[in-house]
Design a protein around this ligand. Structure first.
Ligand code: ZN
Length: 235
């Protein structure tokens, strides 16, 4: 397998958008993959398209490396999981301590399917924006989970995939800093204006940190990270 080709798990949110820029900065050829699991809000899937287009227009050198995009139909995930992301219910913490936005096994399934595509496409590096630092408590975002999945995939596919997690040990403020280092304000503006992280899928409310309702856990995480990023830059 060539050593310079990557597949980025790209959801249309801030984290995976930053990972896409990170991969384009580092590898010679990058494809993207997304998953349609009947998310309550389709706006996130629209954001994928908008962000890719914006990136291509603003960064010609990256556009030259950016390959195809595909969205896999994972509606089965909506069928088997009762969560606040796939059903119209309020976001609450469950008895386990996990928020009911947790879709059990989602990231493991994403990584497995992404690796199957990467196998066929000759893409050695699989890049995902999961993060253990200020995540929502999802156990499948942990470094140990990703490392275990990497071992399982390489054994099961007789391959040497590398699962890259550039955001694993940084917080949301540092994710903004990383984007700024990679593409300056052009990139941070693109991320602010074109990505969508909001659990409510609110694209009409514009905030200093981007679009979103401002009150759901994903928006609060994003807002806090942006506030901290701005405060650190002002110092
Ligand atoms: Zn929100």
């Amino acid at each position: 397998m060539p050593d310079n080709r990557a597949l980025v798990l790209f959801s249309g949110g801030q984290d995976s958008a930053t990972c896409l820029a990170w991969a384009l900065d580092r590898f010679d050829y990058v494809e993207t993959i997304g998953f349609d699991y009947r998310q309550r809000h389709r706006a996130e899937l629209d954001a994928r398209h908008d962000f890719r287009q914006g990136l291509e227009a603003a960064f010609p050198a990256w556009a030259a490396k950016l390959g195809s995009d595909r969205v896999l139909d994972l509606s089965v995930l909506g069928e088997i999981s009762e969560t606040a992301l796939t059903r119209d219910v309020e976001i609450v913490a469950e008895a386990s301590g996990l928020p009911n936005t947790f879709v059990p096994g989602r990231n493991i399934m994403f990584l497995t399917l992404a690796a199957a595509v990467a196998y066929r496409r000759g893409l050695k590096y699989v890049v995902t924006g999961v993060c253990e630092t200020d995540y929502s408590g999802y156990p499948d975002c942990r470094d140990d989970t990703v490392k275990a999945v990497q071992v399982a995939l390489n054994l099961g596919m007789e391959s040497r995939f590398v699962l890259e997690t550039p955001l694993m040990w940084i917080d949301k403020a540092q994710t903004w800093s990383l984007a700024e280092r990679l593409g300056g304000q052009t990139l941070t503006d693109l991320i602010r204006d074109r990505t969508l992280t909001c659990y409510q899928g609110d694209t009409s409310t514009k905030n200093e940190w981007g679009r979103g309702c401002g009150t759901c856990p994903a928006c609060q995480l994003r807002e806090n990270g942006h506030t901290k990023f701005k405060a650190e830059r002002a110092r």
